[in-house]
Design a protein around this ligand. Structure first.
Ligand SMILES: [Zn+2]
Length: 412
């Protein structure tokens, strides 16, 4: 366990020392700023687990503005368009309503995606609500779907003219950001004194409980791994009082549990030095180590399965997301293997990985007619729907349904 000096300082406590945990390698779309992966490290001062990535915020801004997957209504979360997504947003809105009794409170959702949470708040009687999101499509969908004020700004460019708020909500945003403290400073500037901030992120304390795909939580988008302790350290350093931090469970598309940490904090008129006490996160490391060990066991089984595939044929991958990115970095695919990539998300179709263009899912039939090849379902979270989709596609075209190789069963 060697201490190394950091390319990226700790996003919670600014410490420059950390301990290496694991290198995460993934193949992204050609030209993606985060190509080549990163080291996951633990801050030796506060215990936060984070990605020691060399990318810059402007690189990430380009990625989220131009390549945003959240614009797809069917595949994305945050809009409340699927039953599980709506349930999750409804639980959050009800929690907020318990702590915000004044229905005229001015509330902003930063990174409002397709406006699902704002819609739930509107339905609970809050009408003074505002959405802000960097994606123009999200702003348009929110305006139409919720009918509230909505602005297209990236978090770091919100102008003073949007005014002040009684409640600021930031769910599933902070885990994406390089400069978390700058984001909290912006939230602080938006809040009235005694205002409340609600933050929510994936809960690193519970990654080990349910593996959604091997090492899934360490991906190109999630670069900070929060816990209740990390939230407290972060917000206490800004002088905020903790009202509540806790774990919550929601459901993924594959009906697996997904743990999130949430916290409600109040802006108080104290100097931060008066209240700040850093607490080292003693619990998270052994939980993360278990998550990594269990993930690697599953990944080894997956590698053994694909190693047995015939060498003289290309391989088809259906479902191009965070797991496919990692799969493409394994020795099997690095070894000059020809592959064909398919995805139903129109935001991904046409992009290239290693020069291979991602084709729309329904082209699988014509490609398969040219030459038969093994088909890997390279998304574990969406495996059931992809299987069904491929089956329907081949039947519709009067073809025998080909054999598909999936990995979801390895998770249990
Ligand atoms: Zn730290």
């Amino acid at each position: 366990m060697n201490k190394i000096s950091s390319a990226r300082i700790c996003p919670v406590c600014d410490s420059t020392t950390n301990e290496f945990i694991i290198k995460i390698d993934f193949e992204l779309f050609d030209g993606h700023p985060m190509n080549g992966g990163y080291d996951v490290v633990q801050c030796t001062n506060c215990g936060l687990i984070y990605a020691n990535t060399p990318v810059t915020q402007s690189d990430l801004d380009i990625y989220y503005t131009d390549l945003s997957k959240y614009e797809d209504k069917i595949l994305a979360t945050g809009g409340g368009f699927t039953e599980n997504d709506k349930k999750r947003l409804s639980v959050t809105a009800q929690f907020i309503s318990k702590h915000v009794t004044d229905k005229n409170s001015r509330i902003v959702d930063l990174g409002c995606s397709n406006g699902g949470l704002l819609k739930e708040l509107l339905d609970l009687g809050y009408s003074n609500i505002v959405g802000i999101d960097p994606s123009s499509a999200c702003v348009q969908i929110t305006s139409e779907h919720v009918g509230c004020e909505c602005y297209q700004y990236s978090l770091y460019d919100i102008p003073e003219s949007v005014g002040k708020f009684d409640v600021v909500i930031s769910t599933h945003v902070l885990e994406h950001l390089l400069d978390v403290k700058k984001a909290i400073t912006i939230i602080d500037n938006l809040l009235n004194m005694d205002g409340l901030v609600y933050i929510e992120c994936p809960n690193a304390d519970y990654y080990y409980e349910v593996i959604h795909a091997p090492l899934q939580e360490f991906n190109a988008e999630h670069i900070n791994h929060f816990t209740e302790t990390a939230f407290q350290n972060l917000m206490n350093s800004f002088g905020y009082a903790k009202l509540i931090t806790a774990d919550k469970i929601m459901k993924t598309a594959s009906e697996q549990d997904y743990h999130a940490v949430y916290g409600l904090f109040r802006k108080e008129n104290k100097h931060s030095a008066e209240v700040f006490s850093m607490k080292f996160d003693n619990a998270v490391r052994k939980r993360i180590d278990k998550y990594i060990n269990d993930s690697n066991k599953i990944f080894d089984q997956i590698k053994a399965t694909i190693a047995a595939l015939p060498e003289d044929k290309p391989v088809g991958l259906f479902g191009i997301g965070q797991f496919a990115f990692k799969l493409l970095k394994t020795d099997f695919f690095k070894n000059n293997r020809q592959y064909k990539l398919f995805d139903n998300n129109r935001m991904n179709v046409g992009k290239k990985i290693n020069g291979f263009k991602i084709m729309p899912g329904d082209e699988l039939v014509s490609e398969y007619r040219k030459e038969k090849f093994p088909i890997l379902i390279s998304s574990l979270i969406h495996e059931m729907s992809i299987r069904k989709n491929i089956q329907d596609l081949f039947e519709k075209n009067g073809e025998d349904v080909p054999e598909m190789i999936g990995f979801f069963h390895l998770l249990s």
